[in-house]
Design a protein around this ligand. Structure first.
Ligand code: AVJ
Length: 325
């Protein structure tokens, strides 16, 4: 048992997950917004890996430490033969947990990601390190991956949403995603979700901006425009934007912004869309909401998800929370 048994395109045969309608409406918000999944094409996924290595970007390291330190306990609490991960990325942080799961029971891992390249490389790395875990990669958006799980009746299952990725959704998107997860899960299934906890604005602004001499965040944010240019025959001028993240105390979210530095127009021909920019105009290329564990549990409760065990670091920076359906 084990090894990669292949990758399935769950967003249709073309794998064309970058649908124009949701983009068009997000670009019409004030300020215009680019939804988070556009940040994770092959290049964006690689740039995000660079971000995780920045000295002040603590999220990935703190979460990885928690997952390694508590791998056995989490694997006991998980208890399901199917383990699906929404936004699996490089999969590095999850390997210790999957190994602990496979040591306890026959385990099939379903990584869901919009980067096909990431599914291939993470699947290969997992097969080499944890040959006991069977892997079926689902290439596409979360909703499509969850649809696959329902159709194939892959249950009992644990759906995992790690990396504090829930924070990248707007309030509306977040409710829709939790609802979709809750309706996919059957009684006995689990939801393992991690969350970066609320902390002072200056710490978060240092975390979400490049230190001197580095440019991982700037390139990651600008790649959203480059990606739209490639996908939708666009002409966003990357050199007419400056990338800055700031923490909004009111919404308790870091906002990743691109500020226009010159008056200009940009078009996305495939969408028949054109946008005018003046110096200082903003495009929002990603929010990273920060969480209060009590409010998170309340939000899950609205969808019938019941809190189980949780794991936090001793400085209370980050939490991993298990919910039962
Ligand atoms: C993918 C949730 C880990 O919000 O910290 C956004 C994504 N990185 N801007 C985060 C991200 C930079 C990231 N996560």
């Amino acid at each position: 048992m084990g090894g990669t048994t292949g990758i399935e395109a769950v967003d249709g045969d073309t794998g064309f997950w970058a649908d124009g309608d949701s983009l068009r409406s997000a670009l019409r918000e004030t300020p215009p917004r680019i939804p988070p999944h556009f940040g994770y094409d092959a290049l964006g996924s690689q740039l995000f890996e660079e971000i995780t290595e920045l000295p002040d970007y603590y999220l990935t390291r703190v979460e990885g430490d928690l997952l390694r330190r508590h791998a056995d306990e989490i694997a006991d609490a998980v208890g399901t033969p199917w383990v699906a991960e929404l936004g699996s990325g490089s999969g590095k942080k999850t390997r210790a947990l999957l190994a602990a799961c496979a040591a306890r029971r026959s385990t099939t891992y379903l990584p869901i990601d919009v980067s096909r390249e990431m599914l291939v490389s993470s699947g290969d790395a997992l097969a080499a390190e944890c040959p006991d875990v069977a892997v079926r990669g689902l290439w596409g958006r979360y909703e499509a991956g969850l649809g696959w799980i329902r159709r194939e009746r892959a249950s009992p299952v644990t759906a995992m949403l790690l990396g504090s990725t829930l924070g990248n959704a707007t309030a509306d998107e977040r409710r829709a995603l939790i609802a979709e997860i809750a309706r996919t899960l059957a009684p006995g299934d689990r939801f393992l979700v991690s969350a970066d906890l609320i902390k002072p604005g200056h710490v978060l602004e240092r975390c979400y901006n490049d230190p001197p001499g580095r440019s991982a965040f700037v390139r990651f944010r600008l790649n959203h425009l480059a990606h739209l240019n490639r996908r939708f025959d666009g002409d966003f001028a990357l050199d007419r934007f400056r990338a800055v993240a700031h923490f909004d105390e009111r919404t308790r979210a870091v906002e990743g912004h691109l500020h226009a530095t010159a008056e200009h127009m940009a078009r996305l021909r495939a969408l028949g869309l054109s946008m005018a920019f003046r110096p200082g105009d903003v495009i929002n290329v990603g929010i990273s909401a920060k969480f209060d564990p009590v409010r998170l549990a309340d939000e899950m409760g609205e969808f019938g998800l019941v809190p189980g065990s949780s794991w936090t670091d001793h400085r209370w920076r980050y939490g991993i929370f298990l919910f039962h359906r």
